[in-house]
Ligand binder design. Structure first.
Ligand SMILES: N[C@H](CCC[C@H](N)C(=O)O)C(=O)O
Length: 290
C-alpha cells in the first residue's frame, strides 16, 4: 500500500485532488490509475480528477491535470486558479503575480489576497487557437470553425470550435436548462471529427455581457464548471457577434460565475474564486481504487 498527502480544492465546484510534488513523489506510470482512484466517490475521495503541483524549469510551478477517466488534459482554468492559490499560500511563490507552466504553455496568474488568504485569482490564459489543425478537428487545416453545420445522431446543429490549449466545441441553445448535456455531450466528446476528443459546451446568451453555460467535459463528463470552456465560450460568442471583444463577460456556470474578457491584445483573461476543501492522507491500494 502507498500513501500520499493531498489537498482537495475546487473552482466553482470543479474539484480536483491536488498532490504537491515539491513534497511527494508519485510513479509516472501509475498517474492515470491514481487519478481514477482518487476521483472515485465510492472507493476514493471523489473529484473530477487529479492535479499535480510540480517543480518546473520554466516557471515557479507547473500544473499537470488528469481527468477522472485517467486521461491527461493540457490545460485547466479552474485548476490554474487553485494551483495559484496553493502556491501562494504554501510559500512556493512570494509574489502575487507569477507564471505557471502547463502542457499548453506558460500562463500568468495574479492572486488577490485578504488576511494572507487568496480570495480570487485572475489568469491570463493567452490567445485562443482557432484553426482546425490547432483544435484539433478534421478538415482544412487553416480553416476556422464558426457557426459551422454539424450533423450528429440524426440532428443538425451549428458549432464553433476553440482551443484554449485544450479542445472545446460550443453549441448555442435557447434554454440552458434544456441543453442536451448528457445526451449530446458524450456523443460529441468521442466524435471522430475530433481526433483528440473534445470538451462540449452549451451556451445560452442572456445579453451581450452575460452567458449561461453548461459542460460535458472530455474525460470527466458533467462538471459544475470548466474554466477553459468558459473562456472558449466567450471567444466563440465574440466570433459569432453575440458579445463584444474587449468587454468583460459574466459566464454563469452551474457552480457559480466567472468574469472573462477576450482583450483587444488577443489574450483571454479569466477571474474567479478558488477554494480549499480539505487536506489528508490517501491510502492508494492500486486495486479497484487504482
Ligand atoms: N477536461 C479537460 C481538462 C479540464 C478542464 C476544466 N476542468 C477547466 O477548468 O478548464 C480536457 O480534457 O481538456
Amino acid at each position: 500500500m502507498r500513501s500520499f498527502s493531498f489537498t482537495k480544492m475546487h473552482g466553482l465546484g470543479n474539484s480536483y485532488i491536488y498532490v504537491d510534488l515539491f513534497r511527494e513523489t508519485l510513479p509516472e506510470e501509475e498517474l492515470p490509475a491514481i487519478a481514477r482512484s482518487v476521483a472515485d466517490v465510492h472507493t476514493g475521495i471523489g473529484s473530477d480528477g487529479l492535479i499535480l503541483i510540480c517543480p518546473s524549469e520554466k516557471a515557479p510551478v507547473k500544473m499537470r491535470i488528469f481527468n477522472s477517466d485517467g486521461s491527461e488534459g493540457k490545460n485547466c482554468g479552474n485548476g490554474l486558479r487553485c494551483v495559484a492559490k496553493y502556491a501562494y499560500e504554501h510559500g512556493i511563490v512570494s509574489d502575487r503575480t507569477f507564471l505557471i507552466e502547463t502542457l499548453s504553455g506558460l500562463v500568468e496568474a495574479r492572486v488577490a489576497v485578504a488576511d494572507g488568504e487568496v480570495t480570487s485569482v485572475t489568469v491570463d490564459m493567452g490567445e485562443p487557437r482557432l484553426e482546425r489543425s490547432a483544435i484539433p478537428m478534421l478538415g482544412p487545416e487553416a480553416e476556422r470553425v464558426v457557426a459551422e453545420p454539424f450533423a450528429i445522431a440524426g440532428g443538425e446543429y451549428e458549432i464553433t470550435a476553440v482551443s484554449m490549449g485544450n479542445p472545446h466545441v460550443i453549441f448555442y441553445v435557447d434554454d440552458i436548462q434544456k441543453a442536451p448535456v448528457t445526451t449530446l455531450g458524450p456523443l460529441v466528446e468521442k466524435d471522430p471529427r475530433f481526433p483528440e476528443g473534445v470538451n462540449v459546451e452549451f451556451v445560452e446568451v442572456v445579453n451581450e455581457r452575460e452567458l449561461h453555460f453548461r459542460v460535458w467535459e472530455r474525460g470527466s463528463g458533467v462538471t459544475q464548471a470548466c474554466g477553459t470552456g468558459a473562456c472558449a465560450a466567450v471567444v466563440a460568442s465574440v466570433l459569432n457577434g453575440k458579445t463584444a471583444r474587449g468587454e468583460e463577460t459574466v459566464v454563469h456556470l452551474a457552480g457559480g460565475d466567472l468574469t472573462i474578457v477576450w482583450g483587444h491584445d488577443g489574450r483571454v483573461r479569466m477571474t474567479g474564486p478558488a477554494e480549499t476543501v480539505c487536506t489528508g492522507v490517501y491510502y492508494y491500494r492500486g486495486g479497484r481504487n487504482g
